[in-house]
Ligand binder design. Structure first.
Ligand code: AHR
Length: 520
C-alpha cells in the first residue's frame, strides 16, 4: 500500500467528481467572442460543393431515372431529388468520378441512347454501365440546378486527344469538329465549364503513378485543354491523399502555376482494410473517435497549405478538398461495392465540424465536395424506388447555406475538451460565424458533448442585434437516422433558447445539438 501524495489525491477526487457530473448530465459552459469588425475572407459558395460518381445508385436511381420511368421526373431527373437539391443551392457538382473518371470514355455517353455502348464499372461492383447518363445529361442538370459543373477528366486510361476533344465538345462555339458533333446531338450552344480535373487519385485508382511522373503528365494533358470562345478553364491537378505531403510538394514544385488548383482527399474513416464500423451501430467511444478523426483534417489542411505557401506566397493556386466525408461499412443486404450507407446524427456532426474548419482556411481552400450527393457514402439524400429520405447531413447543409458567399468572421472560443482514442483531443463546442452581403450575421454552433447541455456566452462587440432566431438539429440518440419507414426522426426544429442583452448573447444548447442563428 502506497501513500497517495496530497496533490494527486486531490486530482483523483476532482476526476471522480468530473466523471460523476458527466453521468448526471450537467450543464457546461463555453465562451465565444465574434469579431464582427475583422471579416476579410469570403467563404466561397463552392465550399458547399457536391460530388456525383457513376457508383451504385448515385446516378441511376438517385439523380436519374430516365424520361420513361414511373418515378416522377423532369426530363429524366427524379423530381423529388431535384427539388430537394434546389433547396440546398448546390454551387458546384463534380462528375463522373472518382475512380470511375479514369475509366470513363466520354464519347460512349453521347448521341442516341440506343447506340451508346455498355461498359463494366470495374471500380464499383462490376455493374454494367449503359452510358445513358452522359455529358448532355450532366451539363443540362447543372444548368437546371444553377450550379457550376466540375468535370473530372480521364488521365489514367485515356489519351490527351480524348480529353482535349471533350473540352472542345463541351465549350467550343465555333465551326469546329467537336462543336458540330455536339450540335448534331441536339445542343447548339456551348456550355460554360469552369472546373476541369486532370485525373483523379492518380497515385491510386487513377493510374498508380509516382508524383514526378504524374506532374509531367499533368503538364502534357493540360496543355491541350483549351479555352474556347470565352470559356476559361480552371484546371485542377489530382492531389494528395490525406497525409501524403510529398505529393503536394512535388506537384507544387514541378507543376506550379500551370495549375489553378490542386486537390486533396480526406475521409473520416477508421482505415482502408477490414471493417470500417457500422453507420448506425456505434457507442460513445466510437462517436468521439469519429469527431477526433474528422477534426484532424484541420491539421492536414494546414500542413498542405504550408507546403503550398512555400511555392506560392500570393496564394494564386487553390486547394480543393474535392472528396471528404464519412466512410462506413456498406449496409447489410446492399450490393457490395456500391458504398451505400445510412446517415445518423453522428454524420451531421462530421458535416458541421468540417464546414466550421473549412471556413477558417478559405484564403487557400476554395472548394470542398462532400462524397457523395445521393445514395453513396455521406450523402445528402437516400432513395429506394419511389421513396426518398433527406439525411441529417442534408439538414446541416441546408442550415449552413446562409454562410455561402458571406464574409467569414473570426472568433475566439473557450470550452471543455475531451481526450479521445488515438491520442486526439476534441473540443466540446464548435462554432463559425459570417456576415452576408446585407450585413446580416449568422452563427452556427455545435454542442458535440453527447451528455451535457452547454450554456454558451457569445460576446458580440460592435454588433447591434436585439434578438436571434434559428433552427436546431438534434435527436434522442446519436445513432438516430431517417429511414424510408420513418423519414422524419432527425430534422430541424425552430430554436428559442437564445437571448441577447447589451451585446452579449446567451444560448442554451442541448447535448448533441447543432444550431444556426440569425442575428436581428
Ligand atoms: O468516393 C468514392 C471513391 O473514393 C472515389 O471514387 C475515389 O476517388 C475515392 O477513393
Amino acid at each position: 500500500f502506497k501513500q497517495i501524495p496530497f496533490m494527486k489525491a486531490k486530482l483523483l477526487v476532482s476526476t471522480a467528481f468530473l466523471a460523476a457530473s458527466v453521468s448526471l448530465s450537467a450543464q457546461k459552459s463555453a465562451t465565444i467572442t465574434v469579431h464582427a469588425d475583422q471579416g476579410k475572407e469570403i467563404i466561397p459558395k463552392e465550399i458547399y460543393g457536391q460530388f456525383a460518381e457513376h457508383l451504385g445508385s448515385c446516378i441511376y436511381g438517385g439523380l436519374w431515372v430516365g424520361e420513361n420511368s414511373d418515378i416522377p421526373n423532369i426530363k429524366g431527373y427524379r423530381t423529388d431529388v431535384f427539388n430537394a437539391l434546389k433547396e440546398l443551392s448546390v454551387p458546384v457538382l463534380r462528375w463522373p468520378g472518382g475512380c470511375f473518371a479514369d475509366e470513363y470514355h466520354w464519347m460512349d455517353g453521347i448521341g442516341p441512347k440506343e447506340n451508346r455502348p455498355k461498359m463494366v464499372n470495374n471500380n464499383w461492383g462490376g455493374t454494367i454501365e449503359d452510358n445513358s447518363f452522359g455529358t448532355h445529361e450532366f451539363l443540362n442538370l447543372c444548368e437546371m440546378l444553377g450550379c457550376e459543373p466540375y468535370i473530372s477528366g480521364n488521365v489514367g486510361s485515356g489519351t490527351v486527344e480524348e480529353l482535349a476533344k471533350w473540352v472542345e465538345y463541351m465549350t467550343s462555339d465555333g465551326d469546329s469538329p467537336m462543336a458540330n458533333l455536339r450540335r448534331k446531338n441536339g445542343r447548339d450552344k456551348a456550355w460554360k465549364v469552369k472546373y476541369l480535373g486532370v485525373g483523379n487519385e492518380s497515385w491510386g485508382c487513377g493510374g498508380s503513378m509516382r508524383p514526378e511522373y504524374y506532374a509531367d503528365l499533368y503538364r502534357r494533358y493540360s496543355t491541350y485543354c483549351r479555352n474556347y470562345d470565352g470559356n476559361h478553364l480552371f484546371k485542377i491537378a489530382s492531389g494528395a491523399s490525406d497525409y501524403d505531403y510529398n505529393w503536394t510538394d512535388v506537384l507544387m514544385n514541378r507543376v506550379g502555376h500551370r495549375m489553378q488548383g490542386l486537390s486533396l482527399h480526406y475521409y473520416t474513416v477508421t482505415g482502408w482494410s477490414g471493417s470500417k464500423g457500422a453507420a448506425t451501430q456505434f457507442n460513445k467511444d466510437d462517436y468521439y473517435w469519429t469527431m477526433g478523426k474528422c477534426l484532424e483534417m484541420e491539421d492536414v489542411i494546414k500542413k498542405h497549405c504550408a507546403i503550398m505557401d512555400k511555392y506560392d506566397k500570393d496564394k494564386k493556386i487553390a486547394l480543393l478538398l474535392d472528396e471528404w466525408g464519412t466512410w462506413w461499412d456498406e449496409e447489410p443486404g446492399t450490393v457490395r461495392g456500391h458504398l451505400y450507407q445510412q446517415n445518423t446524427l453522428r454524420d451531421a456532426f462530421v458535416a458541421s465540424l468540417s464546414l466550421d474548419v473549412f471556413h477558417k482556411y478559405t484564403d487557400r481552400l476554395k472548394m470542398a465536395n462532400i462524397a457523395q450527393i445521393v445514395n453513396v457514402l455521406q450523402s445528402m439524400i437516400l432513395t429506394k424506388d419511389k421513396d426518398m429520405v433527406l439525411t441529417p447531413t442534408y439538414y446541416v447543409f441546408k442550415m449552413y447555406k446562409v454562410h455561402q458567399d458571406a464574409t467569414y468572421l473570426p472568433l475566439d472560443l473557450t470550452c471543455e475538451k475531451m481526450n479521445v482514442r488515438d491520442n486526439r483531443t476534441v473540443p466540446m463546442v464548435s462554432a463559425t460565424a459570417s456576415k452576408n452581403k446585407n450585413g446580416v450575421i449568422h452563427i452556427s454552433l455545435s454542442n458535440v458533448d453527447a451528455d451535457n447541455a452547454q450554456e454558451i456566452t457569445v460576446n458580440l462587440p460592435d454588433v447591434n442585434a436585439k434578438k436571434a432566431i434559428g433552427e436546431i438539429l438534434t435527436s434522442a440518440n446519436l445513432t438516430d437516422y431517417n429511414s424510408f419507414e420513418k423519414p422524419n426522426i432527425v430534422k430541424p426544429a425552430s430554436f428559442k433558447e437564445v437571448k441577447i442583452n447589451k451585446g452579449i448573447m446567451k444560448v442554451k444548447l442541448p447535448a448533441k445539438s447543432i444550431v444556426t442563428l440569425e442575428l436581428q
